[in-house]
Write a protein of this length. Structure first.
Length: 135
């Protein structure tokens, strides 16, 4: 059992999560909730925190079978060297989940537009609620 990252197309990330869970595949979908008022009523909107990124913990065969059935709906991130599905090591995924679960309203995720770090750079958080995390 390993962690993999999926990019789900057409705003169907919640639908894909449901299909995976129905097949007994463990999923992690980082979300945030926002209270809004519509038509005089309070509603809670649940949105993906990281676009349409969905994480699954399963075997490669199970992921391959799911992908073959739903290839138009999603993209499985691949290892640039081997071409196989990219595996997220358990310890790195644990750190990622810990960072997401911390009560940090100012937590910011960077994409490729802000090149503060390069691929492979080691980082250690030295202050704040995430102090001690390394990756």
């Amino acid at each position: 059992m390993k962690w993999y990252a999926l990019k789900v197309f057409n705003n169907r990330v919640f639908e894909a999560e449901g299909w995976l869970k129905k097949d007994g595949i463990e999923c992690f979908l980082p979300t945030h909730e926002k209270r809004v008022e519509r038509d005089g009523r309070q509603r809670v909107l649940k949105r993906p925190l990281l676009g349409s990124l969905l994480f699954v913990r399963t075997t490669e065969k199970s992921l391959r079978d799911f992908y073959q059935m739903h290839w138009r709906l999603l993209f499985v991130y691949r290892d640039t060297v081997t071409g196989g599905f990219a595996v997220i090591p358990d310890h790195e995924f644990r750190i990622f989940r810990m960072a997401l679960s911390a009560d940090c309203p100012d937590l910011e995720f960077f994409n490729d537009e802000k090149k503060l770090l390069n691929l492979g750079d080691r980082v250690r958080v030295t202050g704040g609620p995430l102090q001690g995390l390394e990756g």
